[in-house]
Design a protein around this ligand. Structure first.
Ligand code: SF4
Ligand code: SF4
Length: 205
């Protein structure tokens, strides 16, 4: 990933997203199709819609000469639960007439929110953030994850021992959870792909 020169202004979120996804949120013309197709954009779920997140990113870029205001818009986007509630389903990205990778933008926002210590503090976002961090830590270190240890670590961290417990037996019966790890995958290829991505100009996780 390109790093800003010393004393250069830090990159805006829109610029970081452009680096990571190759698409620009500045092309968004607020048609609302992303929000209309988003399964998480329901009352009581997302607090601000994907369309509004795109607007906040545009406002940060527009006020880049007024750092205090720009920072306010960036913080509003980064502190929102919306990036954490995003499922990464790509419905928005495939519907966008302007070719904006909204799902990719949400991924960048999650990473930036963690880096800057601004991630949403509500309980649901905290649950998703913990799972996200544990999943990534394991996947990036080992090149694969095992479902059962991942679930146990998550439950230990968040204390939701009984939540979803009733689903366990059915998942085991259907082979969705395995008590024994399989070692068939060549994880070296996965680790090499992650390493290549990190070294690429677009950067990696
Ligand atoms: S679908 Fe694309 S152009 Fe329309 S509001 Fe969403 S990001 Fe903007
Ligand atoms: S990728 Fe995220 S923001 Fe886009 S439609 Fe799916 S849940 Fe909504």
């Amino acid at each position: 990933m390109a790093t800003p020169k010393p004393n250069a202004a830090p990159l805006t979120l829109a610029e970081l997203i452009a680096q990571a996804t190759g698409t620009s949120v500045l092309h968004c013309y607020q048609c609302g199709r992303c929000a209309a197709g988003c399964p998480q954009n329901q009352p009581g779920a997302m607090e601000i819609s994907p369309t509004r997140v795109m607007r906040l990113l545009q406002l940060e870029a527009a006020f880049v000469d007024d750092p205090a205001r720009a920072d306010g818009f960036a913080r509003r986007a980064l502190q929102s639960p919306t990036p954490w509630l995003c499922l990464g389903c790509q419905a928005c990205t495939t519907r966008c007439p302007q070719g904006v990778d909204i799902a990719g933008a949400m991924d960048v926002l999650r990473g930036q929110a963690l880096q800057r210590g601004l991630a949403a503090k509500d309980r649901r976002s905290g649950d998703i953030r913990t799972f996200h961090q544990q999943f990534l830590a394991k996947a990036l270190r080992r090149g694969r994850i095992e479902e059962l240890p991942l679930i146990l670590r998550y439950k230990l961290a968040r204390g939701h021992w009984r939540q979803d417990a009733a689903l366990g037996p059915a998942m085991l019966r259907r082979g969705k959870l395995k008590l024994k790890n399989s070692h068939s995958a060549d994880t070296r290829q996965v680790l090499k792909a992650i390493d290549d991505l990190r070294r690429s100009p677009r950067g990696g996780p």
